[in-house]
Design a protein around this ligand. Structure first.
Ligand code: SF4
Ligand code: SF4
Length: 447
């Protein structure tokens, strides 16, 4: 990564907050890396859709600079262009100057959160989700029970069939809602799952927040795959939402509180690795340092945490799988999750794991590392753009002739499943771990 120029460092140290409330804003040392070359433009999904400089990485960085210098008001226009960014970080991959764009846009969103008054409905919805729901596992479970009743009682079919959802303008959003599982993963917190055979590693599993009500099956598959590969798996009690969604939305006080809880819980014991099966959570977990000032006491803990934090595919690829895998006879294509490929720079590990399954043929899709439009809650807040991106993604996935789309992030799985339904591609969507789990079951059932 390019070093920050000395003049930028000096200016960053000298620059005082420019009249904004709160401490959060993009820092000169970070945005000064941008040399305005424009090499990121054609990698940016929103620029590719609209061709507008203001909705490109370079244009957004320019607006951050102007706001910081007091030459552009922190008002509706700035907020709109920053909100329309997916935080997919494709621009980081493309940038030759090492601009950490994710860090910049999340700081800009925190600055907006602290200095801009959104309309009442938006404020109410953001407060409800980021402050009163995600940090509280019991409330997540209670909300999930209500949604499950809606999904199972026939109400969902009625609402969809009657046209009511379309009348309320909610038809597209409703389709993107996660399916709630029959049982939740919360009951597994505090448990230890022994390794099968000789123990090769002792790991802690980060189980997620919404994932504990909508991806119980994925978490269980993750434990089966890890234990079959010689890992003792602990699911530490007291763990909580990673803070990715609040951090991406600029609600940093909440993200910091959640990070402090997780740092305490996961650093209580020494593990060979701390694992997640959610790439979106993983990049925030690996970057807890970004949430705190450089001299904060949490920095040391965040660094120790980062040293152990791995995406589960990255970890299994490094460890080497030993569990027998049966044949699956599937043609699959892989969708890079943005926060795995661009955020964590993990691209080959999931592909190697997919190729390790006997009978599986991996066919690369065009634009595999282009965002599918899920992007945290982007598909809810910017639904029409999200659906445009999804449409392009499903076209690319269909062209491969694959009957299965494999990815490494629950958010992408939900979006791609909705895409398969909306575009009638008939493709199933699996996590890399679920593919391995199926292959392990196939091997067991053959014995
Ligand atoms: S994060 Fe994604 S949408 Fe945002 S500017 Fe970068 S490439 Fe564009
Ligand atoms: S973000 Fe990087 S690639 Fe994009 S204009 Fe700036 S220096 Fe160039």
């Amino acid at each position: 990564m390019t070093e920050v120029p000395a003049h930028a460092q000096a200016a960053a140290e000298q620059s005082a907050p420019s009249g904004f409330r709160g401490d959060d804003r993009p820092l000169y040392a970070d945005y000064a890396r941008c040399v305005h070359c424009g090499l990121c433009l054609n990698h940016c999904p929103t620029y590719r859709l609209w061709g507008l400089e203001a909705d490109s990485p370079r244009g957004r960085i320019r607006q951050m600079v102007l706001v910081d210098e007091g030459r552009l008001p922190l008002g509706d226009s700035f907020v709109q262009h920053i909100d329309q960014c997916l935080d997919c970080r494709a621009c980081e991959t493309a940038c030759p100057s090492g601009v950490e764009y994710g860090k910049l846009v999340e700081a800009a969103r925190a600055q907006i959160e602290q200095n801009y008054r959104r309309p009442l409905p938006a404020r109410a919805a953001r407060n409800l989700v980021y402050r009163h729901l995600l940090p509280h596992p019991r409330r997540i479970a209670a909300a999930a029970r209500i949604i499950r009743f809606y999904q199972r009682s026939g109400l969902q079919a009625l609402a969809r069939g009657s046209g009511l959802l379309r009348l309320l303008g909610m038809a597209d959003r409703e389709r993107l809602m996660p399916r709630i599982e029959d049982h939740f993963f919360f009951s597994q917190l505090g448990r230890t799952f022994p390794a099968q055979g000789k123990r090769r590693a002792r790991v802690a599993l980060f189980a997620g927040c919404v994932a504990q009500v909508s991806f119980t099956g994925l978490n269980e598959a993750t434990i089966r795959v890890l234990t079959a590969n010689g890992c003792e798996v602990l699911v530490p009690a007291g763990q909580i939402c990673c803070g990715a969604l609040p951090a991406h939305a600029g609600v940093r006080d909440v993200a910091r509180d959640l990070a402090r809880v997780n740092l305490g819980v996961f650093l209580r014991e020494d593990f060979d690795a701390i694992l997640t099966n959610a790439a979106g959570c993983g990049s925030t977990l690996k970057e807890y340092e970004h949430l705190f000032p450089s001299d904060a006491p949490e920095q040391k803990l965040a660094k120790a945490f980062r040293a152990r934090m791995r995406d589960v595919t990255e970890f299994l690829d490094e460890l080497g799988t030993v569990a027998p895998l049966g044949e699956l006879r599937l043609r699959v294509t892989y969708q890079d999750s943005c926060h795995l490929a661009h955020g964590q720079k993990v691209r080959e590990a999931p592909r190697r794991l997919i190729r390790s399954v006997p009978g599986v043929e991996l066919v690369e899709m065009r634009l595999a590392d282009n965002c599918c439009g899920s992007a945290g809650v982007y598909n809810v807040t910017q639904t029409s753009t999200s659906l445009d991106l999804l449409s392009e993604k499903m076209q690319c996935a269909r062209q491969t002739g694959a009957e299965t789309i494999v990815t490494a992030n629950p958010g992408c799985m939900l979006q791609l499943r909705a895409g398969a339904e909306l575009h009638g591609t008939g493709q199933q969507v699996l996590h890399v771990i679920e593919l391995l789990d199926r292959a392990q079951s196939a091997a067991t059932s053959r014995q």
